[in-house]
Each structure stands twice: as structure tokens, then as C-alpha cells.
Design a protein around this ligand. Structure first.
Ligand code: SF4
Length: 224
């Protein structure tokens, strides 16, 4: 298996107009406990049912003797926002430990934590790295996230770049469809955001993006 995208919880501190979900704060009465409890109950069973190994054949790397280079696959952990307090400590941290244990003896796994970025602190980065995170992917760098429009997001990108670099992460040069060499163990970081041509558009035909008429998906578009 090359890549898995696992939405651990939809709990979030934002309520973006382009979100692929439609359940948002404020979480009234028992709603917060229900959202958090759902993630707490589900993650151990979900990890139990993930593939036994996260290895795959890289078809772009044929071997001279035949066959293909085997590489380590990725699991992208996303929300919601996984760094909010009710999810980070009771769900994300033990989940990271369990993933590392599950794949330790079968070739490993590259775990990517996706976050909007504004909740990232030095202690949190250190906890993520301690638990084997391979990449921190900051996904809120776009005009759809309130407070991140245009140049407003530059300060956050600069702050996080300084923080990540100081803690030993390197900028990612990962591109979709490409993979890092297996022996490249240094954790990485990257930034991206939603644009009408990427993540929204025909890729996002659900949730608030759909309700707010931001999706251009048609009947022939295949959205898994
Ligand atoms: S788009 Fe992301 S940050 Fe915005 S409400 Fe949805 S999950 Fe939260």
C-alpha cells in the first residue's frame, strides 16, 4: 500500500466555507464529548484493520534484474484539526505510538500529520517527532482559511519555517506521485493550501464546499 488518508476526527477550531465536512463548532451540550469519544473509540480498531505492511512497488523505479524498487508507504493523518487539545493528547499521540509499533518490524511507515498550522508550537513539534512523525504538512495556507488570506499567512509560514528548521526538520521536496528514498529518515515539513484548481474544484463535491457552491464536480468526475 503506497498511501492512506485517515481522517481521525472532524473536530476543528475553524469552520471554513470550503470544508469537505459540514459539522462544526460550537459543539453544544454533549456534542464535544460525542465527537471526541467517537475518535477515541474508533482509532484502535481502525489501526487494527490497516494493512499489515505499508510497502509498495515503485513502478517508476524498475530494477535491472527485473521487478521494481520496494518503498515505504505513507499514512496521512488528518482532521478536522488534530492538534486541538481534546484530540491531540488522548487520540493523536497514542495513535502515533501504535502506528510505529504496528509497522516497526515490517518495513516501517511514513506518517504525515496534516494541520492548519496556527496551533503548532515547539513542544507539539517535539512530541510529534518523538513519536516518529515523518512529515508535518501545513494545509491551511490559502485564501479560504479566515485570517490566512493573501499576505496575512506569510507571518505564520515564516514562524513555522524557523521553528521546524531549528528543531531539525527539513523542507519537503515531496511531490504527488513521487516518493522520498527509504533511507531518508530526517523529518520534513511542507506547506500547501486549497485553490479552486486543487483540493476544491471537482475534487471537493461534498460538505460546506458543496453547500456553498464551490465545487465544480460533475457527473463524470470520480471522487472516491
Ligand atoms: S477545512 Fe480544515 S481547518 Fe477548515 S473547518 Fe474544515 S477541517 Fe477545519
Amino acid at each position: 500500500m503506497e498511501s492512506l488518508y485517515y481522517v481521525v476526527s472532524w473536530l476543528c477550531h475553524r469552520k471554513c466555507v470550503h470544508c469537505y465536512d459540514d459539522r462544526f463548532r460550537p459543539y453544544l451540550r454533549d456534542d464535544l464529548a460525542q465527537v471526541v469519544g467517537e475518535a477515541e473509540r474508533c482509532w484502535p480498531r481502525i489501526v487494527d484493520h490497516l494493512p499489515a505492511a505499508m510497502r509498495y512497488l515503485d513502478l517508476a523505479s524498475p530494477l535491472p534484474e527485473g521487478g521494481y524498487q520496494t518503498r515505504t508507504g505513507r499514512i496521512i493523518l488528518a482532521g478536522g484539526e488534530l492538534l486541538v487539545d481534546p484530540i491531540r493528547e488522548p487520540v493523536l499521540y497514542p495513535l502515533l505510538v501504535r502506528l510505529r509499533e504496528k509497522y516497526r518490524s515490517v518495513g516501517g511507515v511514513k506518517v504525515i500529520v496534516q494541520t492548519t498550522g496556527d496551533l503548532v508550537t515547539e513542544p507539539i513539534v517535539e512530541r510529534l517527532i518523538e513519536r516518529g512523525v515523518w512529515m508535518i504538512s501545513v494545509s491551511g495556507m490559502d485564501d479560504f482559511h479566515v485570517g490566512m488570506e493573501g499576505d496575512k499567512r506569510r507571518w505564520l509560514e515564516e514562524r513555522l519555517t524557523e521553528l521546524f528548521t531549528r528543531l531539525g526538520l527539513r523542507p519537503s521536496d515531496h511531490t504527488p506521485g513521487a516518493d522520498r528514498p527509504d533511507d531518508d529518515a530526517q523529518p520534513t515539513f511542507g506547506f500547501f493550501g486549497a485553490t479552486p484548481g486543487s483540493w476544491i474544484g471537482k475534487l471537493w463535491p461534498r460538505g460546506r464546499a458543496w453547500q456553498n457552491d464551490l465545487s465544480s464536480a460533475g457527473i463524470v468526475d470520480n471522487y472516491p
